[in-house]
Design a protein around this ligand. Structure first.
Ligand code: PGA
Length: 340
């Protein structure tokens, strides 16, 4: 397995995360927008630590549903840091990953099993037998049984307490591509062309991206007690707006989250760019009691500003939106860089 990395530097003590508040009338999912990307990772990691503490106290174990991709990497880094600081013990944590390419060998650089060990599991005290990841090496004739066994293992563990999700440009959660319905369970699926194109760079060509994957279903995900959907980067803005503000539809699997009682969507600013509260906030709701609801400069050298007194609505074109809003508030703003 992966070599242990050098210990991470201790977390810098900072003020509580800044979030953007504004009208949420159109939002069908509870959504939190973080000007600073690192605050997003810290907030999600903190919630996971709380769930682990609560569940291990209550029933002796905590069950996490985990995701791969670039989006959750900061969360895993923060959880490793919290573990090294002695804040969280993973010895009674059971995990179930959402998905794996099919076919896929565990030692492949594209394997999600390898991703999870290299980026997270190898650096915390999780027991190997408590880790569950769909097996991309299962012979095709045994795939259906293996998927049923995965569902049974989740049930036997007592269900998932906290499910971490990313979202793909197709609106997939796990690999539930357009067409996946609310009753779907763990199964083999065909990947959408857009998903394969998005993965093409990692695989050095779309022709090398597997055409299929094993994934938890929408119903499997909705069975989790609490769900966190994370999205970062401008390339996710359109699908995030569809998932958060759009009608429930099999065209966008993430919209089914609207049927769940306990979902939080965690966004950085670029990923929130197409939400109505950011794109076209009403003048009355774009302002806080101190004058401006979104006073900040995002990016690596973020700092808060004050003294905004604009009551103008934010201009609507994507390219000029933030610059114009900054100007209307009499301050500068830089975008935080998108993650790929
Ligand atoms: P990403 O993938 O985190 O790499 O953007 C998310 C997903 O496709 O679910």
């Amino acid at each position: 397995m992966a070599k242990a990395p050098p210990p991470l530097p201790p977390a810098v003590r900072r003020s509580p995360p800044t979030t953007i508040e504004s009208s949420r009338d159109r939002e069908r999912l509870r959504t939190v927008v973080f000007p600073e990307h690192s605050d997003l990772a810290r907030a999600v990691a903190e919630r996971i630590v709380e769930v682990i503490h609560r569940e291990t106290r209550a029933k002796g174990r905590a069950v996490l549903g985990l995701a791969t991709g670039s989006t959750p990497l900061g969360v895993y880094e923060e959880l490793i840091r919290r573990h090294q600081a002695g804040d969280v013990d993973f010895s009674h944590v059971i995990t179930f990953n959402l998905d794996e390419y099919y076919p896929m060998t565990p030692d492949s650089p594209h394997s999600y099993r390898r991703y999870m060990w290299e980026n997270f599991f190898a650096h915390v005290n999780i027991a190997k037998q408590n880790v569950h990841i769909p097996d991309g090496t299962i012979p095709r004739e045994r795939v259906a049984d293996a998927c049923a066994a995965y569902e049974e293992a989740i049930r036997a563990a007592g269900g998932i307490d906290f499910q971490l999700l990313g979202i793909g440009k197709t609106g997939h959660v796990g690999f539930n591509e357009p067409g996946s319905d609310a009753t779907s369970r763990t199964r083999i699926v065909t990947l959408d062309t857009l998903t394969r194109k998005d993965a093409a760079a990692d695989f050095f060509g779309v022709e090398n991206v597997p055409r299929e994957a094993l994934t938890m279903g929408v119903a499997t995900i909705l069975d989790a007690k609490e769900i966190a959907l994370l999205a970062t980067g401008e390339h996710k803005a359109a699908i995030v707006a569809r998932a958060v503000e759009g009608e429930i539809s099999t065209d966008v699997a993430a919209t089914f989250l609207q049927r769940h009682q306990s979902v939080t969507v965690y966004l950085d600013l670029p990923a929130a760019d197409e939400l109505t509260r950011i794109k076209t906030p009403a003048p009355s709701t774009a302002r806080s009691s101190t004058g401006c609801a979104t006073r900040f400069v995002a990016g690596p050298s973020s700092r808060r500003t004050s003294g905004c007194s604009s009551s103008r609505p934010i201009p609507m074109t994507t390219s000029s939106r933030w610059a114009a809003f900054s100007a209307s508030c009499g301050r500068t703003r830089t975008r935080s860089s998108s993650r790929t």
